[in-house]
Design a binder for this molecule. Structure first.
Ligand code: HEM
Length: 219
């Protein structure tokens, strides 16, 4: 019965071809260091899932942001746990992505034919930092308010275009409801969408070129 269902679907969707192209490859000759990319992918998905739960209660307005986080921590069942996982997951993801990047650099895996995998990775690194930067403001407490004030000021110190960057980030000359709204939009839609797209390209390139490995005697 299941075989027939599978054959029916396979004829229409090409499941066998998909399996052969994506999953049916020789086992990579990697070490534990080669698991960091998958760990980063796992953390990205974890952040997405916990973030969706947090969004059920979080309100991105200066009047309600702090209180909504307070409610998540003290009023919602397991809210503290979901927020805790999201908070520490963010830190861990930045660390894991950074060590993954170092591993790729040390093993020189950015060389031909993986130059594009590396370049896409640089984009992923910047976007991951962007997720941290935009997420930090969302609790709208003293710490996040002043950290973002300083962070946007640093971005604003770039020569010639600094003023434009500062106003674009803040939605005006100062931190306001507009800043919180656009940081929220960037944190839950723009940056995750860009990350998901680039991760797709990254994984395609990894499947296409296979994992690099140090040459052994047989090579
Ligand atoms: C969200 C962030 C990222 C995710 C989810 C991700 C995911 C992955 C995965 C699953 C692999 C295959 C397993 C492995 O070698 O660890 C990989 C390999 C690779 N990644 Fe990433 N990566 C990310 C960030 C980066 C960054 C920041 C760079 C460099 C700037 C980078 C460059 C590469 C390269 C060149 C490879 C191929 C390595 C090889 O063949 O040995 N990645 N990545």
């Amino acid at each position: 019965m299941w075989k027939k269902v599978y054959e029916w679907l396979d004829e229409r969707l090409g499941l066998n071809d998909l399996y052969k192209n994506i999953l049916d490859h020789p086992e990579p000759k990697g070490t534990w260091w080669n698991t960091l990319g998958s760990a980063a992918l796992f953390l990205f998905i974890l952040q997405g899932v916990t973030g969706i739960f947090l969004m059920v209660y979080y309100t991105p307005s200066p009047d309600h942001a702090y209180d909504s986080i307070n409610y998540i921590m003290n009023g919602v069942a397991f809210g503290w746990l979901i927020r805790g996982i999201h908070h520490w997951g963010a830190t861990l993801m930045i660390i894991v992505v950074f060590i993954h990047m170092l591993r790729v650099f040390v093993t020189a895996s950015f060389k031909y034919p993986r130059e594009l995998t590396w370049l896409v990775g640089v984009g992923l690194f910047i976007l991951t930092l962007g997720m941290g930067f935009t997420g930090y403001l969302l609790p709208w407490d003293q710490q996040s308010y002043w950290a973002t004030t300083v962070g946007t000021q640093i971005a604003g110190s770039v020569r010639f275009i600094g003023d434009f960057i500062l106003k674009a980030l803040r939605g005006g000359p100062d931190l306001s409801a507009l800043t919180l709204q656009r940081f929220f939009a960037a944190h839950v839609w723009m940056l995750p969408a860009a990350l998901a797209g680039l991760i797709g390209v990254h994984l395609y390139l990894i499947i296409k070129h296979g994992e690099s490995h140090f040459p052994s005697k047989e090579d």
